[in-house]
Design a protein around this ligand. Structure first.
Ligand code: NAD
Length: 499
């Protein structure tokens, strides 16, 4: 009998008010039932928000370095439990153990970075226009933050949101993706063991349109941070707009790797294999378009296909497996729909079918797939598929590649392979994305740098690095006038000025 998991509210593991649960199964081995997770309701969200609200006054007044001490302990405990949690993440998400260990490491790095940020959280001290007057800013906590996360980075993305929110003095209610609730439950165990005070972190499992929507609509949650599809992000943005909430959105991508004829082709092939088929193409930064310069196109495609055919599919905990399953049946069906669309628009060069046999029949496996002769502007070239499907587009000059890269509605990451320094700086300047890599694939964010995209990938905020701390805090401006008289800004200073 698989376990019934619980919500974590006000420092306690509690059953959902509904008494109902949903199943979480291994996407590589559907017979493997991981557990039953609470199908919670608005009532559970209300309780979690009330706990977070009650915990806010004390937590927000806890010195930020002391908040940081807890997060450093979280980093230590995640390091100790790295293998165990990574294995649990592979079991429910499907990507290989090597990748979930990377996911864990990203969370560990984020914990240590946030811990130190508790000793910074800098404001500014700025000269006043007036004599005997002091002006400065500091960062203030905001309140309860609602965090809604996707399945593909089950550990890292929750930490990207939660740790900066906590360091800034906020309390949180998190709803993880229903496909990967176990990893977040383990993260909460770690926070509990590290000594997070009760009510500061609350976990409510459930479905997006039930628990997710209840979080977004809750009047006592002023801050929402969401990562997921652009479609869901639009629904959330409308509600947050109506309620004047602060909102961070990280959404879809259609990322391109561009290869110029002068590039190190071996390196570029390694890059695209990892970028397109790593995480089974289910990364927001996955390489889903490959733009090849005319001169090298045919040779590159032939060599790439040779390598891609050798990729080993299977259960991510098994040795030598390079590509895991898709997350669920609906995702497989979506990929299959795009294969049909693609057959009408381009040439199916390899793959294109469910992968079966040799331990694959009980999972959501799909063959690594490559389309060639893909036309810029076509559906294959512009829509997010979120699976192991690569669209190859031929181009003549760099200007054309830049134009093709930019003519999609998304703008997360891009990559250029070249030995030409001038082309590299053209790429940094003209590729319309939040992140551009040169001689590296479209994936590979580092915890201490800002992460996010332009256009319909985001709404102007960034996760990671130093910028995320601005999202989770309000700037307070403080003036202290010790002149002992009324000084009128913009009036008295300019009257006294020789200009
Ligand atoms: P999704 O939008 O289906 O779900 C994301 C989360 O939103 C889940 O927790 C889900 O339960 C919740 N949700 C669904 N409907 C909701 C609603 N009406 N109200 C509130 N919450 C709701 O996305 P997914 O399939 O889990 O993830 C894949 C998508 O995420 C892809 O589009 C990918 O590009 C994107 N993504 C983006 C980034 C980034 O940083 N830009 C990172 C990872 C994934």
């Amino acid at each position: 009998m698989a376990d019934n998991f619980k919500n974590f509210i006000n420092g306690e593991w509690v059953e959902p008010s509904t008494g109902t649960y949903f199943e979480n199964r291994n996407p590589a081995k559907q017979k493997d039932l991981i557990g039953h997770f609470p199908r919670s309701s608005r009532e559970d969200v209300d309780r979690a928000v009330a706990a977070a609200k009650a915990a806010f006054p004390d937590w927000s007044r806890t010195p930020a370095p002391a908040r940081g001490d807890i997060l450093r302990r979280v980093g230590d405990l995640l390091t100790e439990r790295k293998d165990e949690i990574a294995k649990a993440a592979t079991r429910e998400m499907g990507k290989t153990l090597q990748e979930t260990r990377g996911d864990l490491q990203e969370g560990i790095d984020t914990a240590y970075y946030a811990g130190v940020e508790g000793r910074r959280l800098f404001g500014h001290t700025v000269p006043s226009e007036l004599r005997n007057k002091w002006a400065m800013t500091y960062r203030r906590p905001i309140g309860v933050c609602g965090l809604i996360t996707p399945f593909n980075f089950p550990l890292a993305i929750p930490t990207w949101k939660m740790f900066p929110a906590l360091i800034c003095g906020n309390t949180v209610v998190i709803k993880p993706a229903e496909d990967t609730p176990h990893t977040v439950a383990l993260l909460i165990e770690v926070l509990e063991e590290a000594g997070i005070p009760k009510g500061v972190v609350n976990l409510v499992h459930g479905l997006g349109e039930e628990v997710g929507a209840a979080i977004v609509e809750h009047p006592d949650i002023p801050v929402i941070s969401f990562t997921g599809s652009t479609e869901t992000g639009s629904i959330i943005a409308q509600q947050c707009g109506r309620m004047h909430k602060r909102l961070s959105l990280e959404m879809g991508g259609k990322n391109a790797q561009i290869v110029l004829a002068d590039a190190d082709l071996d390196l570029a092939i390694d890059g695209v294999l990892w970028g397109a088929f790593g995480t089974t193409g289910q990364r927001c930064t996955a390489t889903s378009r490959l733009l090849l310069q005319d001169e090298i196109h045919d040779e590159f495609v032939a060599r790439l296909m040779e390598r891609a055919k050798g990729l080993k599919l299977g259960y991510g905990l098994e040795k030598d497996v390079e590509v895991g399953p898709l997350i669920h049946e609906a995702s497989l069906k979506k990929v299959e729909e795009y294969i049909e669309i693609g057959k009408g628009e381009a040439t199916l060069a390899m793959g294109g079918e469910r992968a079966t046999g040799d331990g694959l029949d009980d999972g959501f496996f799909f063959q690594p797939t490559i389309f060639t002769d893909v036309k810029p502007g076509s559906r294959l070239a512009t829509e997010e598929i979120f699976g192991p499907v690569l669209s190859v587009i031929r181009f003549g000059e760099l200007d054309e590649a830049i134009r093709i890269n930019n003519e999609v509605k998304y703008g997360l990451s891009s990559s250029l392979y070249t030995r030409d320094a001038v082309a590299s700086f053209r790429a940094f300047q003209d590729l319309d994305n939040g992140i551009t890599y040169v001689n590296a694939p479209t994936i590979g964010a580092e915890a201490h740098l800002p992460f996010g995209g332009v256009k319909q990938t985001g709404n102007g905020h960034r996760e990671g690095g130093w910028e995320v701390y601005e999202f989770y805090s309000e700037t307070k401006v403080c003036y202290l006038d010790y002149s002992g008289k009324l000084q009128r800004a913009q009036i008295d200073n300019y009257e006294a000025s020789p200009y």
